[in-house]
Design a binder for this molecule. Structure first.
Ligand code: NAD
Length: 349
């Protein structure tokens, strides 16, 4: 397994491997960049098929965090960690404390937060061994009723971003009657649906978990559609809020919406799909720009929470997206490529 010549290596500042025979912990921490601040990123626990798969995942995700934090205007770099194991079978309090000690060894270059397979409770266990954790609301945030759950802010940021995309592409500021199809109405998608409904939009929703769909039908008068039909609907906006890689050779030809604006991570299967969307006249809001509400919120919740400042910061997601759209149009390049360039201009200057 190569590290320095790994295709995802991209000049990472640190890649640390750790094994703890007492607790069975096997983990990797990757810190892509600390130029703007410590590398913040989730600690993922996953039953990887191989060590190589875990390394690829942690490198890719840590690099992504650098871009996301830079574009979100945060004084933070990018990092990520992975624990190799099945969270349902192998997770113990001792293992999480051992992970905390591993995080501590990096002396603050990496700040751990929750991710797939870990929870806020796990971050608290890590915090017994290290101060270098994020996502635990401070006293100000708790007093303001904040819990460390990033989903409400992610949904609000996605709503702000969706409005910016609609204004840019369709010239509309009033969402009354706007037709929006939402894929996935879980923590983020449901809240996005609520904002859209309150703004007068008409909704179509799908989810593999039917009660989640039913709730939107009952509360927002949404139309339930099957998972296959969500792509080809005659709507203005498609909002992916479920899973990644859903913009690909099979789905893109079906899409009739001219705006794609949703919170899911890694929506494009490959970068070339961003080019395909542009050629079809579809405005794509780059995922890591529109779904940055969660990391923005977590930053504020851990740095003396001030509701007005936090909201103003979330509202800037709209300005960032508008700047990306404008530059993409001027240079006739895909929005994802422009977002990457703008992030690099920030963290490499
Ligand atoms: P969630 O698990 O609460 O919701 C996802 C929903 O999608 C679930 O209801 C699930 O049943 C549904 N789903 C899964 N596969 C589906 C499919 N094939 N078709 C239709 N529905 C499907 O997760 P979430 O926190 O709402 O996050 C949604 C997306 O946003 C994820 O891609 C996540 O990585 C991304 N994201 C979330 C946050 C956050 O703060 N929660 C931040 C940034 C990005």
């Amino acid at each position: 397994m190569s590290v320095f010549s790994h295709p995802e290596y991209d000049a990472h500042e640190h890649v640390a491997f750790h094994q703890d025979p007492v607790t069975g912990l096997k983990a990797i921490i990757a810190v892509h960049s600390t130029r703007l601040g410590p590398g913040l990123g989730g600690c993922r626990m996953w039953p990887y098929a191989s060590d190589a798969e875990a390394l690829t995942d942690v490198l890719r995700l840590s690099r992504g965090m650098t871009y996301k934090a830079a574009l979100a205007g945060l004084p933070q770099g990018g990092g990520k960690s992975v624990i190799l194991g099945d969270p349902r079978k192998h997770k113990t309090p001792e293992l999480m404390r051992a992970m905390g000690r591993f995080v501590n060894n990096l002396g603050g270059a990496y700040i751990a937060a929750e991710d797939s397979g870990t929870s806020v409770a796990d971050v608290r266990l890590m915090a017994e061994a290290t101060a270098h954790v994020g996502g635990l609301a401070d006293a100000h945030a708790q007093a303001a009723g904040r819990s460390g759950d990033p989903s409400p802010a992610t949904a609000y940021g996605a709503f702000v971003g969706l409005k910016a995309a609609v204004k840019f592409q369709l010239g509309r500021t009033d969402l009354k009657g706007l037709k929006v199809a939402i894929q996935g109405v879980g923590n983020v998608g449901y809240r996005l649906a609520k904002y859209l409904h309150e703004a007068g939009a008409q909704l179509w929703v799908t989810d593999i978990h039917y009660p989640a769909v039913e709730r939107c039908v009952l509360e927002f008068g949404a139309t339930a559609v099957s998972m296959e039909r969500i792509f080809g609907l005659e709507v203005d906006v498609f909002a992916p809020c479920a899973l990644g890689a859903i913009l690909n050779d099979l789905t893109i030809p079906e899409i009739k919406a001219t705006v794609i604006a949703g919170a899911a991570n890694n929506q494009l299967l490959q970068a070339r799909h961003g080019q395909d969307l542009m050629e079809r006249g579809i405005l794509y809001a780059p995922d890591y720009a529109i779904n940055a509400g969660g990391i923005i919120e977590i930053f504020h919740e851990t740095h003396g929470y001030d509701e007005v400042k936090a909201k103003a910061h979330l509202d800037r997601i709209g300005d960032t997206l508008t700047a990306i759209f404008q530059r993409a149009r001027d240079q006739h390049r895909p929005t994802g490529a422009i977002a990457d360039r703008m992030a690099e201009e920030i963290f490499r200057r």
